[in-house]
Ligand binder design. Sequence first.
Ligand code: ARG
Length: 254
Amino acid sequence: MNRKTVLLVVLVVAVAVGGIALVKMLSPGVREVTRVASDMSFAPFEYIDEETKEPAGFDIEIMQALGKAMDMKVEMVNTAWDGILPGLIAGNYDLVISAMTISDERVASVDFSDPYFATGQVIVVKQGDQTVTEPKDLISKRIGVQIGTTGHIAADKIEGADVRPFQIAPDAFLALKAGQVDAVVVDELVAIEELKANPDSVEIVGRPFTAEYYGIAIKKGNTELLKKVNKALAQIKADGTYDKIYEKYMDAEQ
Ligand code: ARG
């Protein structure tokens, strides 16, 4: 081979390698790792297991099952709730699974998977408080909520209520036990979990007063991944995986 041929071969190889790298970079779906954000302070849906120090909960196991069904590696990212959707839109992660209610406001900025869980907001008060039996009893009372949640929005709708937002739901419960708020408005299963942990200090008032569905949030336009998620969701519902996870985290509580 003369010099020219060698140069030519080197050039051809370089262009081919570069081309393959470029195609890989530009084509969606070839990424094996899906990054999924969750505010892991919302048991039984997402929390850090005290013993293993690993993410645990209904959503976490659902996401792992979806990952398996989609043949994708799932990397969970513990993320503050406040700002979790801006982070999704900014591309810091691919999905959000965080007991997130599919709401009109959110649908304006992100897409959601098919619903995977039905629930509603409940009122939690201190054990023995007989003054609250329905939402209108919260007029002019101090209500603790997690900031930016549907509980926050529901509390804001109660006339004259003094709504106190907290960064995480457990802090709202702490404020209730300390007498700094009169009630907490939160997702039903999270209230039940709190009641299980503190049966002598809190109580749940009545039944849920809103109807909500959780969905997995995804950046608008990421339709390929969205389709995969929905297909995987249907699959884990059909093959019994969903029910198994549901029983593990929910049945004993309801
Ligand atoms: N379902 C409520 C909402 O979407 C609360 C969700 C809070 N989730 C959490 N992991 N902190 O607004």
